[in-house]
Design a binder for this molecule. Structure first.
Ligand SMILES: Cc1ncc(C[n+]2csc(CCOP(=O)(O)OP(=O)(O)O)c2C)c(N)n1
Length: 681
């Protein structure tokens, strides 16, 4: 240790930020005296609140793991020792300590620091995460590889009590009973998932926590007894033996985790840096799978987050003095969904709502209060949620599983095998479908179109606005069979049809003002504006974009026919083909990968037609990084100007070709003296 570092260890008073300024990597952290760590932790907390209040992000989870993360980097040697964070939303402290402190002003922004671990950002981010419950399995894989190659380094999985409810975590625990893996699981138990943790596991951990005082006193016994001459050490050993026996009798934890092959340590106060470093050190020298149970406080150190960890789990920019969010969200699809489902459930006692630990996010908080018996938060268990829904459907209930698009990926086999194969009436309310923005690659909802539309019996719809969402929910309740409604994150157009009607009236187009907009019919699209020059097929959120693009074309005297496909499956081939046959120019606009979505549907139609110009607007075959939605859409050419410009080019090429052909024929006609015109041909 350097002289400078040693001199710093003498108990001097530190001003806020003074220690954090000196720590840029784990090596510099280790140069601090253990007595300085509490000060460092409070500086980190101040830094986090300050930065996240400006960028938004996962504040409460990170405030809770400050000591835990500092302790891990103090005791272990990253990147040789691998630390894998489950979900990965709690890696801000880890990023601060591993060379990325200066990038926090760019957190979650385009080309900025990601809010999740990214191996491309740092050698200390060993494993990509975003979805829950993967850390134990990944850690076992890495530890096993280390064992095979004779590498003695440690692998540490940090997993929350929420993430531990995921089935995959148990599959990992169940597979870890090899005695000689240098594997450590740190259970970060804050009693919270995003909302309160639920289920049997949560009660089980509660039981353990109620014995926390006993486990914490262990450290004092260890420290004091061996120092008493002669009787100290033997008595310590005896007491240790007795304590372990008592522990097994009164702490059920040791039974469960130890049956899985782990040595259980804890529970300890995970916000006490002394306890954290002490127990991590013990775990390190056991050289076998160990589970260290740390009890932490979500939002620790920032009163507003401690009082409302749910709100500050993932929060947009806020005023750090008042805790008030700067731009509170107004109407969102999630809210609208929750409100409509609540009204329908009041009329229909068969409706049951299910969430996998996302009650507030999917808009079901009110539903939970009113229909306690028909609301199920199953924990982070999407696979179970879907199979559970299938059981309800078998018995004549109408289960509605509200789930973010990205997390529904988890339950793919259950959707196929347990629901679709039996053609069961299960409604999938797919929230955050499409680009979600700041959470990035792991959270974009770009795949549901393709993975759902390839399943037999499945119906896939997307509403263009709030009114259509309501119609689609009602339609789905009456439908028989699996049915999915996908809608995006955030705000919506209230009523596009009404806006259009008003606009049409304004433009005094009498013919069109009497136009009847159709109600929802299985597999039927609706034509929103009629045109002869260009067909624009869109659905969901992109319908309003299509109308904007059509508007831009008016100045070029190009009349676009805007079709709201409504259904991706079954697809309205008849309406769409007949429009394309008329216009000979078609574009599709969708908030998903073009592969397997609307674009693929239209492509398979036009491959049977002649002389059709086409262009497909959606996301290409790559993972889409974080950034705000508008920026990402612009980057991928999905803003109205880019769509307009690209489409115009295509239409112009056609006109140019036509003009050239016309000129060629006319000149040939002149040569042979005939007077045929291309138009008559
Ligand atoms: C498969 C999956 N489903 C849902 C989520 C959404 N989600 C993100 S964090 C979280 C709660 C995690 O709780 P816990 O592991 O206890 O961590 P904490 O935030 O309390 O620190 C949930 C449900 C997810 N990331 N992955």
């Amino acid at each position: 240790m350097s002289k400078k570092a040693k001199s710093r260890k003498i108990g001097v008073f530190h001003f806020m930020g003074e220690l954090l300024d000196k720590v840029n990597n784990p090596k510099e952290l280790k140069e601090l005296n253990i007595a300085e760590l509490p000060q460092l932790c409070s500086e980190i907390r101040e830094f986090l609140v300050d930065k996240v209040s400006k960028t938004g992000g996962h504040l409460a989870p990170n405030l809770g793991v400050v000591e835990l993360t500092v302790g891990l980097h103090y005791i272990f040697n990253s990147p040789d020792d691998k630390i894998i964070f489950d979900v990965g939303h709690q890696t801000y402290v880890h990023k601060i300590l591993t060379g990325r402190k200066d990038k926090f002003d760019t957190l979650r922004q385009l080309d900025g620091l990601s809010g999740f671990p990214k191996p491309y950002e740092s050698e200390h981010d060993v494993y990509n995460s975003g979805h829950s419950s993967t850390s134990i399995s990944a850690a076992i894989g890495i530890a096993t590889a280390n064992k095979l190659s004779g590498n003695p380094s440690y692998t540490i999985a940090v997993i929350g009590d929420g993430a531990l409810t995921g089935g995959l975590a148990f599959e990992g625990l169940n597979n870890s009973n090899s005695k000689d893996l240098n594997l450590i699981v740190v259970l970060n138990d804050n009693q919270m998932s995003i909302s309160q943790s639920v289920g049997g596991l949560s009660s089980y951990l509660n039981k353990i926590r109620s014995t926390a005082a006993y486990a914490n006193s262990k450290k004092d016994v260890k420290n004091v007894l061996p120092k008493i001459p002669l009787i100290g050490k033997p008595l310590f050993r005896l007491l240790n033996y007795i304590k372990n026996s008592i522990k097994h009798a009164i702490i059920p934890s040791s039974v469960m985790f130890e049956q899985f092959g782990f040595t259980y340590l804890g529970p300890i106060d995970g916000n006490d840096i002394d306890a954290v470093t002490d127990y991590l050190e013990r775990a390190k020298y056991l050289n076998k799978p160990v589970l260290v149970h740390m009890v932490t406080k979500k939002g620790k150190g920032y009163t507003f987050a401690e009082q409302n960890p749910n709100k500050f789990h993932g929060v947009s920019a806020f005023n750090k003095d008042t805790g008030e969010v700067l731009k509170p969200s107004s109407g969102s699809y999630s809210k609208k969904f929750g409100q409509v489902l609540k009204e329908e459930a009041a009329r229909n006692s068969k409706i049951v709502a299910i969430t996998a630990a996302m009650t507030d996010g999917v808009g079901l908080s009110e539903f939970r209060k009113i229909f306690k018996d028909r609301f199920y938060d199953v924990g982070i268990a999407e696979e179970h949620a879907v199979t559970f829904a299938s059981g309800l459907a078998i018995q004549g209930y109408i289960p509605v599983f509200a789930c973010y698009s990205t997390f529904l990926q988890r339950a793919y086999d259950q959707i196929i095998h347990d629901v679709a194969l039996q053609n069961l009436h299960v409604i999938f309310a797919i929230d955050r479908a499409g680009i979600v923005g700041n959470d990035g690659e792991t959270h974009q909802g770009l795949l549901d179109e393709s993975f759902l539309s390839s399943i037999p019996n499945m119906t896939v719809m997307a509403p263009k606005d709030a009114v259509e969402l309501e119609q689609m929910i009602k339609y789905a309740i009456k439908h028989n069979g699996p049915i999915a409604i996908r809608y995006p994150r955030g705000g919506y157009e209230e009523d596009i049809k009404k806006q259009l009607e008003e606009k049409i009236k304004e433009e005094k187009e009498e013919k069109d003002s009497t136009k009847e907009f159709t109600s929802i019919e299985q597999g039927k699209a609706e034509i929103l504006t009629e045109g002869k020059d260009l067909t624009i097929v869109a659905y969901g959120k992109m319908v309003s974009r299509a109308l904007e693009v059509a508007d831009l074309f008016k100045k070029d005297k190009i009349n676009a026919e805007v079709i709201n496909a409504r259904f991706l499956k079954p697809f309205d081939c008849a309406t769409i083909s007949s429009s394309i046959n008329k216009t000979k120019n078609v574009i599709t606009i969708e908030d998903a990968y073009t592969q397997g979505g609307l674009a693929s549907n239209v492509e398979s139609l036009i491959c049977k037609m002649n002389d059709v110009k086409s262009c497909f607007f959606g996301y290409p075959d790559e993972f889409i990084k974080h950034g705000n939605v508008d920026e990402i859409e612009k980057l991928y050419g999905l803003d109205k100007e880019s769509i307009y410009n690209k489409t115009l080019k295509i239409i112009k090429t056609r006109s140019k070709k036509k003009t050239n052909a016309k000129a060629k024929i006319n000149s040939e006609n002149k040569k042979d003296g005939s007077n045929k015109s291309i138009n008559k041909k």
